[in-house]
Design a protein around this ligand. Structure first.
Ligand code: FES
Length: 158
């Protein structure tokens, strides 16, 4: 490949990336694009104090992992096989939960709050926020269940 061909390919790639970003900015807020480019807490937690795996209305799944110390969520992480907006919503949910007490997190993290932080999502992606909020709610419930019945931890898989 000649130098001119290399430059043409580089220019074409750059222009294509700029077009894609311009299209994304027409549809999504800066907050959505930020979480999409840099998803927070996208990882598994070993020996989590609370865990849930949930399937959304579209068939995508999300997992949430909690570390809780003195009734406070010190770490909240997630994984998903869903689309970009699912990861964006999971990312926001983990940030909303971290640092809150169990009860505060239960009350504060909802689909509406995730959508508020993101400045909204297209109607077709609202269910992604619902999946993230519901998965977190189940992980918090799992934490409570484990706390109240610790002997059941020994035969849990996660
Ligand atoms: Fe399935 Fe987002 S498209 S949860």
């Amino acid at each position: 490949m000649t130098k001119n061909n290399d430059d043409d390919v580089a220019n074409f790639t750059r222009e294509l990336q700029e077009q894609i970003m311009a299209e994304l900015r027409r549809t999504y807020s800066p907050a959505v694009i930020d979480h999409w480019q840099n998803p927070r807490n996208f990882r598994k937690l070993e020996a989590a104090d609370g865990y849930a795996k949930n399937t959304g209305s579209c068939g995508d799944t999300m997992e949430m992992f909690l570390r809780v110390k003195d009734e406070t969520v010190t770490e909240c992480t997630f994984q998903t096989d869903g689309c970009g907006t699912t990861a964006v919503c999971g990312s926001v949910a983990t940030e909303l939960a971290a640092g809150k007490t169990f009860l505060e997190a239960l009350g504060a993290v909802s689909a509406a709050e995730i959508l508020r932080v993101l400045g909204g999502l297209p109607e077709s992606s609202v269910h992604c926020a619902q999946l993230a909020a519901e998965t977190l709610r189940r992980a918090l419930a799992d934490y409570l269940y484990r706390k109240n019945e610790p002997w059941k931890n020994s035969y849990r898989k996660k």
